[in-house]
Design a protein around this ligand. Structure first.
Ligand SMILES: [Zn+2]
Length: 173
C-alpha cells in the first residue's frame, strides 16, 4: 500500500527504523538459498564419492585385465564358509565352482549386504551365501544385520551411504 508509506508524517520516518533491517532481510534468504545449493552440491559430490568407493575395487580390477577380471567375484565355500573376495571364475565353468584349496566344487557367488544391525549403511559389506544357490529352503538372512538377502541384493539408500562415508572419513582423522 503506497499510500501508507508516502502518507506518513516526516517525523515518523526517523522512528520507522525497522525499514532498514527489513531491507536487509533479503540477505539471509539469499544466504540460505546459497547454503541449500552448496549442500546439494556437496551431497552430489559425496554420492559420487561413495559410488566410486564402493565400485572402485571392481572397476580397478576390470581395468587391469578386461578378459579375466570381469569374471572375478567374491565367492563363498558352501561347506567351510570360507570367503574368497577375488575368485577368478574359470571360463565356461558351471556352478558350483572349484575351490583351489580343497579341490572341491563348493564355491558359490556371494551376495553382499551393506546394512548394519542399527539400520545404517556400511561401506564394507557382509558376504552372504544365498540359500537358493545351495538348494536350501527359505529366505537367506544376513548373519550380521538379520535382514533378508536376495540375489543382486539392493544397496541401502544413497543418503545412508553418504552418512557412512562421512562417518568413515571422520573416523580416519
Ligand atoms: Zn546385513
Amino acid at each position: 500500500m503506497p499510500d501508507l508509506k508516502t502518507g506518513r508524517p516526516s517525523l515518523l520516518a526517523d522512528v520507522d527504523v525497522p525499514a532498514e533491517p527489513k531491507a536487509g532481510e533479503g540477505r539471509p534468504v539469499d544466504l540460505s538459498k546459497h547454503r541449500r545449493l552448496i549442500l546439494a552440491s556437496v551431497g552430489a559430490l559425496l554420492a559420487i564419492g561413495v559410488l566410486a568407493y564402493v565400485l572402485g575395487g571392481a572397476v580397478a580390477a576390470r581395468r587391469n585385465d578386461p578378459g579375466v577380471a570381469s569374471r572375478i567375484r567374491a565367492v563363498i565355500d558352501s561347506e567351510t564358509g570360507e570367503l574368497i573376495r577375488e575368485y577368478s571364475v574359470p571360463d565356461g565353468a558351471s556352478l558350483p565352482w572349484k575351490n583351489p584349496r580343497s579341490g572341491r566344487a563348493t564355491l558359490y557367488p556371494a551376495a553382499t549386504c551393506y546394512w548394519t544391525r542399527e539400520g545404517k549403511a556400511k561401506l564394507d559389506p557382509t558376504y552372504v551365501l544365498l540359500n537358493e544357490d545351495v538348494g536350501k529352503p527359505g529366505a537367506t538372512i544376513c548373519p550380521d544385520c538379520g535382514r533378508t538377502v536376495v540375489p543382486h541384493n539392493p544397496m541401502p539408500p544413497t543418503d545412508l551411504l553418504i552418512e557412512a562415508a562421512e562417518a568413515a572419513k571422520a573416523g580416519r582423522k
